[in-house]
Each structure stands twice: as structure tokens, then as C-alpha cells.
Design a protein around this ligand. Structure first.
Ligand code: VG1
Ligand code: CO
Length: 530
């Protein structure tokens, strides 16, 4: 194989955000844009790229194959020893994370923009994960960014033909091995260690005629896992139990984001067809939404419910115990209440999965979650999961929670809004009965490695325990997205059944008033409410 070195111009915007580098496909298609970023990743690999092993694959979105080919060419040139590629390059983010850990590879490159739409005019993403299987921490992503800004040369293998990875087996390109594997087997094996498959199968088979389950793959990568689990392992009929389970490069033209807005088809079917358990995952399979016949479980609650029942209901935790809990800062504090009651250590980390990794590696966190439909255990199917939510309110009270997203807002207006909150002097002031107790610019010091992440969001806290959070998204591909998170606690049982939006309405008004969101952005309404 011949190597070729060419000169290149650096780009200045290749800074990975909350979860990798996400841009429009058109941006990745600019001359050497993708090549530059991959070169920067190769130069950042821990311990050097020579002799390293990587897992490479993605969620099947448009442009996957082009980028796979680039990664293969650059890997050969960088002296990578072996690439492990799931068949057709399809792998969910959690399954990819597991492959890195199981095979003890140096890291992995996951090709996904997660819940962002796909297609020639939509988004693509490249995420570098490290040895522990998690997204690269900030010191690594900063290094990739620094290298990308001063790149002068690209070195790659000059391969005449497209490399095929549709057949399981091994091939050699120069000195590098490409091992194509079944991308589902290992993940299913892991799930079998965590959950009691026999009990789930038995439950679903025994109640075949009365208990209906529907899984929505949103045309992302999880359809292939859903089919293996629900149809092959649990013996459910495919037609009735799965929807949108074929991965499509444009996700059927929709947002592969499992929330009440984008998964409305599932929501409607659950209601109309009286389905007992509905679930959906995002494009790359690291988010989940759970629906019951009469209940939508907010992700902030579901992680708390899982934590509460884990030692009883999930064999993995029965065996290993729980070492601690963690949530991202904007996530409601239902989880903290479980931690306090069960006397578990708990952490509040900035938004994004990379912050949980250190805690988990150090054995201080077993279950974690985010309000954006991400939980530490992916496919939770303990028998009483959905209904257990009611049990949770009875014991702990209810944390009402909602998120308002304002997408594609002018970046300057968004920054001004945050700065405006920083400059406020309102502690002690009364807003419609809500008395401000604190305004905080959230900063996180990692208790494991001591690194500090500043300006992770503005929190306005009130005397009654309510709060709202404003932060800017780090996963958008264009303009700025403002996220406004609103949370109110109640331990009055007569309020538990109140509709979330209704219960939060007064506090939302106060949040819009204090943040002056309408004045800064000109937006009357959020783009999405979750
Ligand atoms: C969003 C969510 C965050 C999540 C991140 C990646 O980030 O708020 O909780 O970890 O997406 O999820 P941001 O910076 O846009 O708010 V995924 O499923 O897109 O990898
Ligand atoms: Co995702």
C-alpha cells in the first residue's frame, strides 16, 4: 500500500461540542474538512496511533460510508494495527462503547449526530471515544481542536478501491487488519448479564394476549437491536411489536429524537391501540423514552425509579450493589431524593455523557441519567418499570420538570441572554411569590481528576426549592439553541396528578420574565417542549 502526504489548510471550527463534532453534511463535505479532523484524531490517540486498535461504526446516517473510507485510509497511514468494524458499519453508541471495553481497544470513532436529522442537507457527526468506552474527556477534545487549527499535512493510504465491510470476516490492508463483526451479538450478551431475560421472556409469553409492547426504532440504528431482542429473544411478533425498525440514512426525513413531539406516531398508537408498554430510541440508541398505557415517564423520573428499584429488580445491581448515583445539572432532583433516602453518594455533573465516565471508572457511580432521555442502563425492562413511577411519587414527592428548547436563535442574542443572567442582582427579590435564593453560574470540578469545567449553565434557585436553568446547547449544527429547564418540587399528594405544563405555568412565566427571553430572542414560543 502506498502512502501519500499532501498539504492542507486548517479549519478553525473543529471544536467537539457536548458530544463530538456535529455539523451539516455540507460542512463535512468541504475540501479536506473530514480528512483534517480524522488526521487530528489520529495525532491525539493516547499512546500514539502506531499499534493502536479502534472500533469504528455509526448510526447509519447519510455520509457514513464516505467517512468510513476516509478513516480506513488514514488509519493505515497512522500505523493503526486493527480496526474492528460492525457489519455494514452499523453500531449503536452504547454497543460501540461496549465493543471498546470488551475488546480492550485503544478507543473508537463513532459516526453519529445522534438525535439530529440526517440526509444530504442535514447533520453528520464524528465522536472520538477513549479506552474506557466513553466519549473523550475535555482535555482530549481540546487537544484534537488545537491540532486541527494548525494542521499543515495529511497522510493517508492511497487505496484504489472502496473497502467493503458488509461481510463478517477479516481482511488486511497493508499491515492493518480490518475485522468485520456482528455488531449485535456482544451487546445482547451484555444485556443478558444485566437483565433477567428468562423472566422477561416468560412474562411476555405468558401475557401474550393481554400485554402489548411496541418499540419505535425511529429509523435509526436501534431497529436491528430491537428486532434481535424483542422478536428473536423474547418471541414477540415483529409486525405488531416494532415500528420504524429499518435503519434509513435520512431517518425517514424525521428527527430521530424520542420525545413527545418527534415520536408522536408512537405516542398516538400507544393511546389508540391501548398498548401497555411503548418505547423509543434516538438515532444512535443512547436515548430512550418510555410510555405506559396511562403514563409518560419523564427521563428525570425514570432514572430515579430505576435507581430506587435497581437492587430489587435488576440482577446486575442485585449482585454488584449500587456505588452511587449521578445526574446532569439540569436534570430534575428526583434522583437526589433517592440517593439521600438510600444513603448513596450522588453527583451533579455538567451536561453530556463524558462527565459520568470518570465517576464510573473510579467506582463511585452506578446509575446516572439526563433529562434529555438518557439513562445509564439502556433498555430497561424490569416488569414494573412503568407503573413504578406512581410508587416513586408516594415515597419521594414529585419533581415537576419540563424543558423548553429555542432552536436556531441568533448566537449573539443567546450569549447576551446568558450574560444578562450573570449580571443580575436579584437574590431576595420576590417574583409572583417565588423568592430568589441564589443565582449560580454552574461550574464542575471533577472529583476524580480535579479538572474544572466552567460556565455550564445559569441556575436561578428559589426559596421553595424550585429552580430554572438556562444553558446553550453544544450539539446543534447551526445557530444557537437555548435550553430552558424548569423544575418545581411538590410533596402534596393532591398535586401529583396535575398536568406538568399546568403545574409549572406560574414558574415558567417567572423564568421568562427574569431571563427576558422574549426581549433577547424575539421568540414568543419554544420550538420544542419536552
Ligand atoms: C444534548 C442534551 C444532553 C446530551 C447531549 C448528547 O446536549 O441536552 O443531555 O448528553 O445532547 O446526547 P446539548 O448540549 O445540546 O444540550 V446525544 O443522544 O445527542 O449523543
Ligand atoms: Co444519542
Amino acid at each position: 500500500v502506498e502512502l501519500r502526504t499532501v498539504s492542507t489548510q486548517p479549519y478553525n471550527d473543529q471544536k467537539p461540542g457536548t458530544s463530538g463534532l456535529r455539523k451539516r453534511v455540507k460542512v463535512f463535505q468541504q475540501q479536506n474538512y473530514t480528512e483534517n479532523f480524522i488526521q487530528a484524531v489520529m495525532e491525539t490517540i493516547e499512546g500514539g496511533s502506531k499499534g493502536a486498535t479502534l472500533v469504528v461504526g455509526g448510526d447509519g446516517r447519510y455520509y457514513l460510508d464516505e467517512v468510513m473510507q476516509i478513516i480506513i485510509k488514514f488509519s493505515v497511514a497512522a500505523g493503526i494495527k486493527k480496526l474492528i468494524v460492525p457489519q455494514h458499519g452499523l453500531v449503536s453508541t452504547p454497543a460501540g462503547s461496549h465493543l471498546i471495553r470488551k475488546n480492550k481497544t485503544t478507543g473508537g470513532i463513532l459516526l453519529t449526530a445522534s438525535h439530529n436529522p440526517g440526509g444530504p442537507d442535514k447533520d453528520f457527526g464524528i465522536k472520538y471515544n477513549v479506552r474506557n468506552g466513553g466519549p473523550a474527556p475535555e482535555n482530549v477534545t481540546n487537544k484534537i481542536f488545537d491540532i486541527s487549527k494548525s494542521l499543515k499535512k495529511l497522510t493517508y493510504a492511497d487505496l484504489p478501491d472502496r473497502v467493503d465491510y458488509s461481510q463478517i470476516g477479516s481482511q488486511k490492508i497493508g499491515d492493518m487488519e480490518i475485522q468485520v463483526i456482528d455488531g449485535i451479538d456482544d451487546y445482547v450478551a451484555l444485556m443478558k448479564e444485566i437483565f433477567d431475560f428468562d423472566a422477561i421472556r416468560c412474562f411476555l409469553q405468558t401475557n401474550k394476549d393481554t400485554f402489548k409492547l411496541l418499540f419505535d426504532g425511529m429509523h435509526g440504528v436501534t431497529g436491528i437491536y430491537g428486532e434481535r431482542l424483542f422478536v428473536k429473544e423474547f418471541g414477540l411478533p415483529k409486525e405488531e411489536s416494532l415500528m420504524r425498525s429499518t435503519p434509513l440514512s435520512d431517518f425517514g426525513g424525521e428527527h430521530p429524537d424520542p420525545n413527545l413531539t418527534y415520536a408522536h406516531e408512537l405516542v398516538e398508537r400507544v393511546e389508540k391501540e391501548k398498548i401497555d408498554f411503548g418505547a423509543a430510541s434516538d438515532g444512535d440508541g443512547d436515548r430512550n423514552m418510555v410510555l405506559g398505557k396511562n403514563a409518560f415517564v419523564t427521563p428525570s423520573d425514570s432514572v430515579a425509579v430505576i435507581a430506587h428499584y435497581a437492587r430489587e429488580a435488576i440482577p446486575y445491581f442485585r449482585k454488584n450493589g449500587i456505588n452511587g448515583l449521578a445526574r446532569s445539572m439540569p436534570t430534575s432532583r428526583a434522583l437526589d431524593l433517592v440517593a439521600e433516602k438510600q444513603q448513596l453518594e450522588h453527583f451533579e455533573v455538567p451536561t453530556g455523557w463524558k462527565f459520568f465516565g470518570n465517576l464510573m471508572d473510579a467506582g463511585r457511580c452506578s446509575i446516572c441519567g439526563e433529562e434529555s432521555f438518557g439513562t445509564g442502563s439502556d433498555h430497561v425492562r424490569e416488569k414494573d418499570g412503568v407503573w413504578a413511577i406512581l410508587e416513586h411519587y408516594k415515597i419521594y414527592g414529585r419533581n415537576f420538570f419540563t424543558r423548553y428548547d429555542y432552536e436556531e436563535v441568533d448566537s449573539e442574542a443567546a450569549n447576551n441572554l446568558i450574560q444578562g443572567l450573570r449580571d443580575l442582582n436579584i437574590v431576595g427579590k420576590n417574583f409572583d411569590g417565588f423568592i430568589v435564593s441564589d443565582v449560580e453560574d454552574f461550574e464542575y470540578r471533577d472529583p476524580i481528576d480535579g479538572s474544572v469545567s466552567s460556565h455550564q449553565g445559569m441556575i436561578v434557585k428559589f426559596k421553595d426549592g424550585s429552580r430554572f436553568v438556562v444553558r446553550l446547547s453544544g450539539t446543534g449544527a447551526q445557530g444557537a439553541t437555548i435550553r430552558l429547564y424548569i423544575e418545581k418540587y411538590s410533596n402534596n399528594p393532591s398535586e401529583y396528578a396535575t398536568d406538568t405544563q399546568q403545574a409549572l405555568e406560574p414558574l415558567i412565566r417567572v423564568a421568562l420574565d427574569i431571563s427576558r427571553l422574549k426581549q433577547y430572542t424575539g421568540r414568543e414560543k419554544p420550538t420544542v417542549i419536552t
